[in-house]
Design a protein around this ligand. Structure first.
Ligand SMILES: [Zn+2]
Length: 315
């Protein structure tokens, strides 16, 4: 049988990455900016253009889309997407994108779930029955595969490790809670903290490197390389928060493997992931053989996983 042609798209808070797969092989890819105005309809139009830019053949009838938000089990409705501008209430993303793409079948899934799915299908977790994926970027997301199947939970919130409490009454999380992992390890929270402390007189190159624009993962990497004390402190807090929450999950589920990816983790590399692993080993119950590993697919994983999930659900 000829390899199937699949389209996979990773819709991020800032960029869109679209890919064309022939079987398991990436044969075309394209990047675009996520619209910051116009809400879901503007996003649909940007996604349509990205698919057009791929030059996808007509026979590529299946489209997988990963979105940074809560997706219903129907694989179409995005219930909320706080990281996307102007997104209010539930939106039938699957239906709208299918209409925009000449009736192609569209399957929508949470962006972290698709990333973990890809690592399990083709990446570092290939062949592992159980794996927890933790993606550290603007926020902190998690995805869980148990006995080879993605665990969504009745509300689709399974593995939301970014909102596990690691410090009771700790820093405010943008979800409204306190002391959550994301309040320490999410890039946006780290940026807020850096700007607040700098405005109170703390010396740091972080703000000099990103005076008016977003404090990207590269900015944190450059500040660390320059031995910036505040950057080191923020990363230390992030490592501690991630390690503590991951250790709890490992103890609870007896997980042999945890994959840590996302923009910040990918940029800071194996050193960052190794430090998280050290905290996990220190905190986990007894002699768990757990390994904490960087991703194999990097920022391509989301789009590839979205395509593979679409294929699985449509078969
Ligand atoms: Zn939270």
């Amino acid at each position: 049988m000829a390899a199937r042609s699949l389209i996979g798209i990773d819709l991020g808070a800032t960029k869109i990455y679209a890919t064309l797969l022939d079987g398991r092989e990436v044969v075309a890819e394209t990047k675009a900016k996520t619209p910051v105005r116009g809400g879901p309809l503007a996003v649909v139009e940007a996604l349509r253009r990205a698919v057009e830019a791929l030059g996808a053949p007509r026979k590529a009838r299946l489209v997988g889309l990963g979105v940074p938000g809560a997706v219903d089990a129907d694989g179409a409705t995005v219930r909320s997407a706080p990281n996307l501008a102007g997104w209010v209430g539930p939106f039938d993303m699957g239906g709208a994108l299918s209409d925009a793409l000449e009736g192609r079948t569209v399957v929508v899934e949470n962006d972290v779930n698709v990333g973990v799915y890809a690592e399990h299908a083709l990446g570092v977790a290939h062949g592992a029955p159980d794996v927890l994926g933790v993606f550290v970027g603007t926020g902190v997301g998690g995805g869980l595969i148990l006995d080879g199947a993605l665990r969504r939970g009745p509300t689709g919130m399974a593995a939301e490790i970014g909102h596990v409490v690691v410090r009771p009454e700790g820093r405010a999380c943008r979800c409204g809670g306190r002391g959550h992992v994301e309040a320490y390890a999410g890039r946006a929270a780290m940026e807020r903290r850096a700007r607040t402390l700098e405005s109170r007189g703390r010396d740091t190159v972080l703000v000099d490197l990103a005076p008016a624009r977003r404090m990207t993962s590269s900015v944190f990497a450059r500040a660390l390389a320059a031995n910036d004390a505040l950057a080191a402190e923020l990363i230390e807090d992030a490592v501690a928060a991630l390690g503590l929450a991951i250790a709890g999950a490992v103890t609870l589920l007896d997980l042999p493997l945890v994959v840590v990816g996302g923009g910040l983790a990918d940029r800071l590399g194996a050193d960052f992931v190794g430090r998280v692993e050290a905290v996990v080993r220190e905190r986990v119950y007894r002699d768990s053989p757990v390994q904490v590993s960087p991703t194999a697919l990097g920022d391509r994983g989301g789009a590839i996983g979205a395509a593979l999930i679409a294929e699985r659900r449509a078969s």
